[in-house]
Design a protein around this ligand. Structure first.
Ligand code: ADP
Ligand code: MG
Length: 337
């Protein structure tokens, strides 16, 4: 079942002047795929997810599930399953009963519930932990129970709101691979809200970039990385540097370039002063070196080089270098970020 939203608007009236949380959002999430909503905190991702679920009503706009409009259909009748950031398991119920919860509400026969719970625990690799209580599980295990519970009623759409957000980074990466496998075994149409670029890029075939309640770009991870549509996307993806530039027509513009895409060579006596930059600081971070340079315009820029490359250049703080912005993305307008 595909998900499509058209021109969604939602304003929470907190103060008279409060800006809309969601301001004209449209996109489609294809059947059986994972679509990510990626954006900084406060960009409206959770609100869009809640509008799709039916937990909020839009001020205007349309939600369609499988080409059927369901903007006014109550949450219980939309056939969606959720997993949120906090595990929100029932603390007084063991794992089996947590997973069985939605099935009991649907009044399935006992034997059928038991069989389904067995299948789900197998699917989320918690077969032997059915009798444990949530407090006896690790964070990653609890979140897998939450997935099993969300999938129990065989939802047609799975909505995930920062499902790994509360976990430490190693467990996040493990669960990311786990979710990828789970989804290939059970390809439910999924919408994943995240602020983690790697998570969005690794897991989904379509990424919706949000900022300030609006969609900045919709595309494949490659599209978004290689061809950012707006200055915001160019700056946000890959934590790009922003430096003043001039557009072809002479207008003021900003060039965005990612730290690992900047090339550096040592300057020599013949280098003209306007193109000389100075190495301000160098810091080794694991396998690469983070170099801060000051351009002739006094703007600062972060450059990231593999350690071997930095060693080969023999760079020191205070060195004069030339930087090549390579494949910088240029957008008309002053720094927008
Ligand atoms: P994100 O998930 O991208 O961090 P949200 O959708 O949670 O963003 O929030 C978008 C904006 O709407 C924020 O400014 C937030 O403060 C506001 N907002 C979200 N939910 C509510 C609510 N229930 N009442 C008032 N304001 C809200
Ligand atoms: Mg959120």
């Amino acid at each position: 079942m595909s998900v499509r939203v058209e021109n969604l608007h939602k304003r929470f009236v907190v103060a008279a002047e409060s800006p809309p949380a969601v301001n004209g959002v449209s996109f489609a999430a294809p059947t059986g795929g994972i679509t990510s909503l990626l954006g900084p905190s406060g960009s409206g991702k959770t609100t869009v997810l809640r509008l799709i679920a039916g937990l909020e009503r839009p001020d205007s706009g349309v939600v369609c599930l499988n080409d059927q409009e369901c903007t006014r259909v109550p949450v219980q009748r939309r056939g969606v399953g959720f997993v949120f950031q906090g595990y929100a398991l029932f603390q007084h119920l063991n794992v089996r009963r947590n997973v069985a919860f939605g099935l009991k509400v649907q009044r399935l026969a006992k034997g059928e519930i038991a069989t389904r719970v067995d299948e789900l625990l197998e699917l989320v690799q918690l077969k032997d932990l059915g009798e444990r209580f949530p407090e006896e599980l690790s964070g990653g295990q609890r979140q897998r129970v939450a997935f099993a519970r969300a999938l129990a009623t065989r939802p047609k759409v799975l909505l995930l709101d920062e499902p790994f957000g509360a976990l430490d980074s190693r467990v996040r990466v493990e669960l990311r691979h786990w979710l990828h496998e789970l989804h290939s075994k059970m390809p439910v149409t999924t919408i994943l809200v995240t602020h983690d670029q790697e998570e969005a890029f690794e897991l989904s075939e379509r990424v919706v970039i949000m900022q300030g309640g609006k969609v900045e770009q919709v595309g494949s991870p490659h599209d978004i990385y290689d061809r950012p549509a707006t200055a915001f996307v160019a700056s946000f993806i890959g934590n790009a540097n922003a430096v003043r530039a001039q557009a072809d027509d002479g207008r003021q513009a900003t060039a965005y370039v990612r730290p690992h895409e900047v090339k550096i060579v040592k300057a020599d006596a013949s280098t003209s002063e306007v193109s000389v930059a100075t190495v301000v600081t160098m810091q080794r971070v694991g396998g690469y070196v983070k170099i801060e340079v000051r351009l002739a315009t006094a703007e600062r820029m972060t450059v990231q080089l593999p350690r071997a490359e930095a060693d080969a250049l023999g760079l020191r703080e205070g060195d004069r270098v030339m930087v090549d912005l390579g494949d910088a993305k240029v957008f008309v307008g002053d720094y927008s970020i």
